[in-house]
Structures are given as structure tokens and as C-alpha cells.
Design a protein around this ligand. Structure first.
Ligand SMILES: Cc1cc2nc3c(=O)[nH]c(=O)nc-3n(C[C@H](O)[C@H](O)[C@H](O)COP(=O)(O)OP(=O)(O)OC[C@H]3O[C@@H](n4cnc5c(N)ncnc54)[C@H](O)[C@@H]3O)c2cc1C
Length: 118
């Protein structure tokens, strides 16, 4: 796949989302959340003949539990630039909020994603 458009390199009418994509980063469910709109944009652009414009930047996310009650939420792109969703939390320091997110919120988020609601 082209790592930005997620378009197959030999079969231009084929796009990919998720772990199946042969891209350098992005083997997480969090990545899928950012990949899906890009693929939809290019599919709609393909059908309309206008082409797509959205680009996937390699966003991925690792929630690293360091101990009970503490975790680090490290989010980064293809270039390993940090892309924090919560700018007020240092992604390289353990904190209680990422632990709550990992323990309590992510499962509900993934379930909502499966239903197309997130
Ligand atoms: C232990 C673990 C922890 C993780 N934690 C996180 C996390 O905290 N946050 C995060 O964002 N990501 C996490 N991930 C990564 C995340 O689970 C995957 O990136 C995500 O599930 C990829 O989604 P997908 O739809 O591409 O593939 P999958 O979820 O693997 O779905 C592929 C589906 O295709 C089915 N399938 C396979 N072959 C066939 C076939 N021939 N015919 C029909 N069906 C088939 C499989 O059964 C499966 O249901 C974790 C992964 C693991 C293993």
C-alpha cells in the first residue's frame, strides 16, 4: 500500500485499512480510526472521478501500563513525531489518566468503533 493514501501499489482500485496494510507503522486499532476516513475519502474520490485528498500520517498509539494506576500514552507518526491527543499530559511520563483510558475507556471505544459510532 502507498503509506499515505493506503492505495494498493499495483491494483489502484484496492485500498486497505488495519493490520493487513503493508505500511511502516499503524498496526493498532487506534491507527484504524485515522486510516478509515482516508480510505473513504479516496474511495469516494475514485467513484466520483475527482480523486481523494486525505493523507494518513502514520498515526499510532501505544498505551503502556507501568503499574496499577499509572500508564503512558505514547502517540506518534511515521516520522516518530509525538502526536499527543492530550497536550497537557507529557506522553513520556507515567500518569493516572492514560491508565483510566486504557482500563476503562478503550474497550467501550473499540466497541463503538465496531458499530461505526466512533
Ligand atoms: C495483545 C494485543 C493488545 C493490543 N492492544 C491494543 C491497544 O491497546 N490499542 C490499540 O489501538 N491496538 C491494540 N492492539 C492492536 C489491535 O488489536 C489491532 O491493530 C487491530 O485489531 C487491527 O484490526 P484489523 O481489523 O486490521 O485486524 P483484526 O482485528 O485482526 O481483524 C481481522 C479479522 O479477520 C479475520 N480473518 C482472518 N483471516 C480470515 C479469512 N481468511 N476469512 C475471513 N476472516 C478472516 C480474523 O479472524 C479477524 O477477526 C493490540 C493487539 C494485541 C494482539
Amino acid at each position: 500500500m502507498d503509506k499515505q493514501t493506503l492505495r494498493h501499489l499495483r491494483f489502484p482500485n484496492v485500498f486497505g485499512v488495519g493490520d493487513i496494510n503493508g505500511v511502516p507503522k499503524g498496526k493498532t486499532a487506534a491507527s484504524v480510526k485515522w486510516q478509515a476516513p482516508v480510505v473513504v475519502d479516496h474511495l469516494v474520490g475514485e467513484i466520483s472521478g475527482k480523486g481523494g485528498t486525505e493523507i494518513y500520517n502514520g498515526y499510532t498509539s501505544c498505551a503502556l501500563i507501568t503499574k496499577i494506576g499509572q500508564a503512558m500514552l505514547v502517540e506518534f507518526d511515521y516520522e516518530n513525531r509525538l502526536t499527543p491527543s492530550f497536550p497537557f499530559i507529557d506522553p513520556l511520563t507515567e500518569h493516572w489518566l492514560p491508565w483510566i483510558i486504557k482500563e476503562k475507556a478503550l474497550k467501550a471505544t473499540y466497541t463503538a468503533m465496531l458499530r461505526g459510532m466512533a
